[in-house]
Design a protein around this ligand. Structure first.
Ligand SMILES: Cc1ncc(COP(=O)(O)O)c(C=O)c1O
Length: 391
């Protein structure tokens, strides 16, 4: 049995997405800026895709800027707001558990002389409204807080945080790369000004994404070139990629309610059976206000990487944390921010689901995890291994 439970790292491309993209590599290869029929065919495809992206986020098509992915969208929003307001407002506020696409952009801005505030989180990964109220001031150009955590699934109270930013005259950006398709996102009826999304997390192609910028919000582009994307993101459009992203958003929109239910059922089954069948295991992140596709555990006396390898031998693909920190010897900055020790962080396992997973895969996981944990604990130098498995 091959079970893919690493959908927060990336997802399989939906066959309908692939089918929609293919003609734009072959017979429909025009440049969307060209005046002839090849060009207008490509242009029309982009218009259609833009509408699908906008619909999924309750935005208008004019508010969608296509990019190369979540990282670029985050950079465009954060650097764009920071440099547009430089000199007048120099404070940027973010949280300690953001993805490196946000954190490293903020580190760069610090080197450029900006004043960056990193808000702490509580033991379940929530940012506090009080902390934001204290940090935000009239010198703040932007608050950027992720909609949901890629590692521990915590869903932030984005709406109330965005309202606090708005009251202080600051823009609010959210990295919704993991949230989109797994919870409703709404640009129009919210105080959020900018939303980042990524195609490959929602069964679209890698190297695609968008930044949604609410009408009237002014930021500076990252690049200069032709006038594509209203000058916000010049470069000849990646037509097949944009078509794929649009199709992925269209499918998300039509299936969201049933997808969320299906993933929630599997997530809850995995969390309940794992906590019930094994001693010395804890859930990282909250039980409520958690992404429907995320389970993240911490096992005593275990090295998460060994667990991943043993699970892989059983045909289950999972991860220790975010794909970005895999390969690094540093414990996850997200888990450390919850107050966990480096050893506790090392014993963590993340399972992330998608609409292509089925309950029998969750049942298979539940059937193998106790013996895998037992094997890994038996080899572990980390301490007392007695009573690892509940009888
Ligand atoms: C929360 C979050 N933001 C941003 C990104 C980066 O997205 P991309 O891989 O499309 O650049 C990721 C990818 O893991 C993510 O999980």
């Amino acid at each position: 049995m091959a079970v893919y439970f690493d959908n927060s790292a990336t997802t399989q491309v939906d066959p309908d997405v692939l089918e929609a993209m293919l003609p734009y590599f072959t017979e429909k290869y025009g440049n969307a800026s060209s005046l002839h029929s090849f060009g207008s065919e490509a242009f029309a495809a982009i218009v259609k895709a833009r509408k699908h992206v906008a619909d999924l986020l309750n935005a208008s098509p004019r508010e969608v800027i296509f990019t190369s992915g979540g990282t670029e969208s985050d950079n465009l929003a954060i650097q764009g707001a920071a440099f547009h307001n430089k000199g007048e407002k120099n404070r940027i506020i973010t949280s300690v558990i953001e993805h490196p696409a946000v954190l490293n952009t903020c580190h760069f801005l610090e080197k450029c002389g900006f004043d960056v505030v990193y808000l702490p989180v509580d033991e379940e990964g929530f940012v506090s409204e009080e902390d934001l109220k204290e940090a935000v001031n009239s010198n703040t150009s932007l608050v950027t807080i992720m909609a949901a955590s890629n590692e521990i699934g915590t869903i932030q109270p984005i709406e109330s945080l965005a309202e606090i930013a708005k009251d202080a005259g600051a823009l609010f950006h959210t990295d919704a790369v993991q949230a989109v398709g797994k919870m409703p996102m709404d640009l129009k009826n919210s105080h959020v000004d900018m939303i980042s999304i990524s195609g490959h997390k929602i069964h679209g192609p890698k190297g695609t994404g968008a930044l949604l910028i609410k009408e009237g919000v002014k930021i500076r582009p990252l690049m200069y070139g032709g006038g594509h994307e209203w000058g916000m993101r010049p470069s000849t459009e990646n037509v097949p990629g944009i078509v794929g992203l649009g199709k992925a958003c269209e499918i998300c929109m039509s299936k969201m309610t049933e997808d969320i239910q299906q993933m929630t059922d599997m997530r809850d089954f995995i969390i309940d059976t794992t906590l019930d069948s094994i001693d010395g295991v804890y859930l990282n992140g909250p039980r409520e206000n958690r992404l429907c596709n995320n389970a993240n555990f911490r096992f005593d006396y275990i090295d998460g990487e060994s667990l991943i390898l043993y699970l892989d031998m059983e045909g289950i693909a999972a991860s220790t944390g975010s794909a970005c920190s895999t390969g690094s010897t540093e414990p996850s900055h997200v888990l450390r921010s919850l107050g966990l020790t480096p050893i506790q962080c090392r014993g963590s396992l993340r399972l992330s689901l998608s609409r292509f997973n089925v309950m029998s895969e969750a049942e298979y996981f539940a059937s193998v995890i106790p013996s895998v944990v037992e094997k890994v604990r038996a080899m572990s130098p980390l301490g007392d291994k007695k009573n690892a498995i509940r009888s």
